[in-house]
Design a protein around this ligand. Structure first.
Ligand code: ATP
Ligand code: MG
Ligand code: FE
Length: 330
């Protein structure tokens, strides 16, 4: 079965065609990063405008690259939320138009479910499993007993880890989005600075990154005030070491507590080389570890098509009243 999937929740306009939730027939992503860079972050109105201009062309390109016609499709899936409301609506309306015009069922997908199911494009998901979600807006540990069942067992109490990366990068004068730049710098430097780790209460599976972020920002500002040079590579390495140690340790606690055999990693920060290496070192021998390839970590529509498949199998369809849901819960 083939699903056309559309993703417009933030600043990439994306469409993909996925077969049986596992095989990518096409995967097109138009990033708007260049347009948002000079503002240092995503400007919602600018994002919506780009989505309107791009979405039809991107859908056509996804069909072309898969060498398919709309009549070859079995369903249309779209990111329903969470995200920017104006951005989500463009995808939702494009999906409705495609589904209505071609007599196809419509499926609404949660963006984070998409990030998690990106793993299904790499290897089968074996339940029960644990998902470590690390993205621009989310940092969560999610226990999944089966398809579509999400139990959040830990989450950030303040900043998402991607957000902390982007703010630290901004303070160092690096371009948006800063995560990949910090990652690169971290490998050039050494973690010589002692930065805090926020463990919270003993055995807590929750996260907190705002303290670390503020600490790093203060170090940079104080050095500037004293006229001292900041070594960005060492700073990035020290920051990244703190983040990774907390993520890996809490994931280990959750894996042991829930006794899962599979760990799947999801979201843009899963592209982080340091984190990937640390997770492999900690888990590769004791359980099945799944981390999506880099292009499937950040926002794309292939992951939405992967997550939509079990919904298609369960005939869990959306009505024509499907709406963008900026604060949608998993
Ligand atoms: P969400 O998925 O929570 O709604 P989002 O869609 O904006 O948020 P993603 O696209 O999943 O976020 O991920 C983008 C984030 O990932 C950004 O914060 C970016 O800096 C971060 N990121 C991307 N690559 C890396 C990397 N190599 N190291 C660290 N962070 C990274
Ligand atoms: Mg993005
Ligand atoms: Fe995302």
């Amino acid at each position: 079965k083939r699903i056309l999937a559309i993703e417009t929740s933030c600043d990439e306009t994306a469409a993909a065609i996925i077969e049986n939730g596992t095989t990518i027939l096409s995967n097109v992503v138009a990033s708007q990063i260049e347009s948002h860079k000079r503002f240092g972050g995503v400007v919602p109105e600018v994002a919506s405008r780009h989505h309107v201009e791009q979405v039809t062309r991107i859908i056509e390109q996804a069909l072309e690259e898969a060498n398919l016609k709309p009549s070859d499709l079995d369903a249309v899936a779209v990111t329903e939320g969470p995200g920017l409301v104006g951005a989500l609506l463009i995808g939702v309306h494009a999906a409705k138009a495609m589904a209505f015009a071609h007599g196809l069922p419509l499926i609404g997908v949660h963006h984070i479910a998409g990030h998690i199911y990106a793993n299904q494009l790499e290897q089968p998901m074996h339940f029960p499993l644990l998902a470590l979600v690390v993205s621009g807006g989310h940092t969560e540990l999610i226990y999944m007993e089966k398809d579509g069942h999400y139990e959040t067992i830990g989450m950030t109490r303040d900043d998402a880890v991607g957000e902390a990366y982007d703010k630290v990068a901004r303070t160092l004068g690096l371009p948006y989005p800063g995560g990949p730049h910090i990652d690169r710098l971290a490998h050039e430097g050494e973690a010589v600075l002692t930065f805090p780790r926020s463990w919270l209460e003993p055995n807590s599976l929750d996260f907190s990154f705002s303290g670390l972020k503020s600490h790093v920002l203060n170090v940079v500002h104080n050095q500037k005030q004293r006229g001292e040079e900041t070594n960005p590579a060492n700073l990035a390495a020290s920051f990244q070491e703190s983040v990774i140690e907390v993520l890996v340790t809490k994931t280990r606690t959750a894996v042991n507590k829930y006794g899962v055999n599979q760990l799947v990693v999801a979201g843009g920060v899963a592209a982080n080389k340091g984190l990937r290496a640390a997770l492999e070192k900690e888990f590769a021998e004791s359980l099945t570890l799944s981390i999506p390839p880099l292009p499937l970590c950040t926002d794309n529509a292939a992951m939405i098509g992967a997550a939509a498949f079990y919904q298609l199998e369960q005939a869990s369809f959306a009505g024509w009243d499907l709406n963008g849901r900026p604060g949608m819960e998993l």
